[in-house]
Design a protein around this ligand. Structure first.
Ligand code: ADP
Ligand code: ZN
Ligand code: ZN
Length: 717
């Protein structure tokens, strides 16, 4: 027997199938989709069996495989063809596409760190019991075991040590069983009776065929209840479901709602789990022990069979796009799996991406709408405060926001303050009047480069010198950005009688800290929660009646053509945290009070925003009118990199009849001593694009100093 194997080496030069002989003793164990151990150069490597061929013409003498790793198939036929599709459409190595599907526990390099948890259960040997005489203590143990399920040795020895005698006499016997961690139980809760609106949405979904749907539902409109109703129908039809949720919304709160309804039928996959826990959840899925998989991006590859529905919550979230190889979009994978299983794919959001909504308008997606909050609470009232004109109570807090906070806190209600910061402090703005600079060609914020003193556009390379003072108001220019810590300090001074808790990257880096902060705030141990976009999504606190946005300008000034969309989304999402159970309000502080993204967000007018933003996108040839592909060229030698970037641009211009921008500096430009340049291609149809990009990748494949990344539909630049 001869097999073709894809070895676990991340290297484009060996990302192809190698043939091996199978010794006859191992032949019966070989299946497509299992892993084997093979000799490779001077190493022993793991690899996937991709094909079984009985006759292969080979000039070389084939080596024999060393061993077989799995007894059951790891990559099903579906996953194998999905990997093929991924590597073709994202120009990633084949091996990276298969590795991304598996939890760390299956990766050769990580395997040693995984441990499987066992429990020793005790059972009665009735034949021996019949003929045994027991002491009262021993009888007690027998009674206990017959009354309870899954009695473990450790619980018994705690009760009474005579269990050991019974074991020795064979009245009892023990069995070591593999168990899963994470089996916390939730009380079964009765399901809510759906509203007419919710029922009408549920009835519009055809569960018996593939179709993409866009569920456009305002925050608090009961989307999650709709998901659960659809899933119940799917389970009743003996099928399964995958639910994708952005990582930061995968809080115990969300998980609890599903577990209360579906109990142990659920597996959860997210980065907060240890490798061992993930491995457990994965095996539950693989063995068919669960009917629902809930997880972040990579859960779309869950090896669950017979899928009846795929749901993508908060479909506008950037987290569905992977930023390193393979640079895949989980939503595209979901559609591919939906097609394979002939089941609906539901994308849902209160603020769908422009791309998705445009497709719904065209009829490519079927549009489902939930336009009202379930409890008929109106959406919160939104006020915009002009930072250039308003009275300030402190550096970050306007008098209006301060007074409103006082009012809410005195009523024993809670406040969330949102610091809209994305780690870009390098845009230039006037601290006094908020003036900023945008590229005349691309309409994105210019980024300040300290080393050269220039402000640059990250798309087209446009540059101008940073002025020393503001042309509006003549105050000095500073690089903007304010930290959550500073705001926290101010709050402690302004509201000494109330307690503030901070949730940002620093306070949530420890496992479980995210949950602890949320729980403490829910229990009203704190009255004010301050945080980054981490707090924008999914949280449901009944006593929060005021949300304050410290500054909407940070996200408006991100050097990205999506900055208006991102800001609109964020403002709607944060507003959605206010007044979920009572009347609530929102205050947005900004230097750009008339910006259309803020004005439409104020009125929660998605359609208005959509129309306005579509015009901008059309004017500047951005998605959804054009697709983008980003080519990133990286290297540690600046001069050589600069030269190669220009050569690459020339090569692309010669071969492609498409709009090409760059090379320009990436943001950030230098990471770990590696410089990065971007070239952006805009296209409507791929034509020869894939061939040309493949040629480019091939050209740099063996180059040790210059590396090329290709990113289709990039989410960051
Ligand atoms: P979304 O996912 O659209 O933000 P949720 O599903 O979280 O909305 O619903 C918002 C709130 O309304 C939740 O507290 C939920 O329990 C409640 N809810 C949803 N549907 C119903 C219903 N049919 N009857 C009563 N309460 C509901
Ligand atoms: Zn100014
Ligand atoms: Zn530009």
């Amino acid at each position: 027997m001869i097999i073709s194997v894809l070895v676990e080496l991340q290297n484009r030069n060996v990302d192809k199938l190698f043939n091996y002989l199978v010794p006859s003793a191992l032949e019966s164990k070989i299946k497509v989709g299992i892993r084997v151990i093979v000799p490779f150069a001077t190493f022993k490597l793991e690899g996937f069996v991709m094909e079984i061929n009985n006759s292969v013409d080979s000039k070389y003498e084939l080596k024999e495989i060393i061993d077989v790793v799995d007894s059951e198939v790891i990559l099903t036929d579906e996953l194998l063809s999905l990997g093929e599709y991924l590597s073709k459409t994202t120009l990633s190595t084949k091996i990276s596409c298969y590795q991304v599907m598996l939890p760390n526990g299956y990766k050769a390099s990580k395997k040693k760190k995984i441990n499987i948890k066992y429990e020793t259960y005790i059972y009665i040997n009735y034949d021996v019991l019949k003929v045994s005489k027991l002491t009262p203590k021993q009888q007690e143990i027998i009674n206990y075991i017959s009354k309870n399920k899954n009695v473990t040795l450790s619980t018994l020895t705690k009760i009474n040590t005579s269990v050991l005698t019974l074991l020795r006499n064979n009245v009892l016997y023990k069995e070591k069983v593999e168990v899963y961690r994470l089996n916390s139980n939730f009380e079964l809760k009765e399901k809510k009776k759906l509203t007419a609106d919710q029922m009408q949405v549920v009835s519009q979904v055809d569960l018996n065929k593939y179709y993409p749907y866009l569920l456009f539902g305002v925050t608090g409109s009961g989307k999650t209840e709709v998901y659960m109703e659809l899933i119940e129908k799917v389970i009743d039809a003996s099928k399964t479901a995958i639910v994708l949720i952005p990582e930061i919304s995968l809080t115990p709160q969300t998980v609890r709602r599903f577990k209360e309804r579906f109990q142990s039928d659920i597996a959860i996959l997210h980065s907060g789990l240890s490798d061992s826990e993930k491995y457990d959840e994965y095996r539950k899925i693989k063995r068919g022990n669960v009917k629902i998989v809930i997880g972040a991006r990579s859960a779309i590859f869950a090896p669950i069979s017979n899928i009846g529905i795929i749901i993508i919550d908060e479909e506008h979230s950037n987290s569905y796009k992977q930023e390193n190889m393979p640079r895949y979009d989980a939503i595209e994978v979901a559609k591919k799996r939906g097609e394979y299983h002939n089941c609906p794919v539901i994308m849902a959001s209160a603020t769908p991406t422009l791309e998705s909504y445009a497709r719904a308008v065209k009829g490519i997606y079927k549009l489902l709408v939930l336009s009202k909050r379930v409890n008929n609470h109106s959406l919160p009232h939104v006020d915009i405060v002009d930072l250039a004109k308003c009275k300030k109570k402190s550096k970050f807090i306007s008098e209006i926001l301060y007074l409103k906070m006082q009012e809410v806190l005195e009523k024993d209600e809670q406040v969330i303050l949102f610091l809209n910061k994305r780690g870009y402090s390098s845009f230039v703005s006037c601290e006094n009047c908020g003036k900023t600079f945008v590229c005349p060609n691309c309409d994105i914020s210019l980024t300040f480069h300290k080393s050269s003193g220039m402000m640059r556009c990250h798309y087209c390379g446009y540059a101008e010198v940073k002025p020393s003072e503001c042309s509006n108001c003549h105050s000095p220019f500073v690089s903007s950005g304010s930290g959550t810590e500073q705001v926290e300090e101010e709050l402690n001074n302004l509201f000494p009688n109330y307690k503030t808790i901070r949730m940002d990257f620093d306070t949530t880096s420890k496992k479980g800290s995210h949950e602890k902060i949320i729980e403490a705030f829910r229990e009203k141990k704190y009255q004010i929660l301050i945080g980054t976009q981490m707090i924008a999504k999914g949280l449901d606190f009944p006593d929060v009646t005021l949300v304050g946005v410290i500054s909407a300008d940070n996200s408006l000034n991100i050097p990205d053509f999506r900055s208006s969309e991102t800001t609109f989304d964020l403002m709607c999402q944060v507003a959605g945290r206010s007044g979920r159970s009572k009347e609530g309000s929102v205050i947005i502080q900004t230097f750009n009070p008339t910006h259309y993204a803020l004005q439409y967000a104020k009125n929660n007018n998605y359609l208005g925003f959509f129309k306005a933003e579509m015009q901008n996108r059309k004017l500047l040839s951005y998605p959804p009118y054009f697709y983008l592909v980003l080519i990133r060229i990286k290297g540690s030698d600046y001069n050589e990199l600069s030269l190669e970037s220009k050569k690459t641009r020339e090569f692309l211009s010669n071969k492609l009849d498409l709009k090409i921008l760059g090379p320009t500096v990436a943001s950030p430009f230098k990471v770990n001593a590696i410089y990065r340049f971007n070239i952006i291609i805009k296209y409507k149809r791929t034509g020869n694009l894939y061939d040309v990009l493949n040629e480019l990748i091939e050209h740099y494949k063996t180059n040790k100093k210059i590396k090329i990344d290709v990113d289709f539909n990039p989410r960051s630049f």
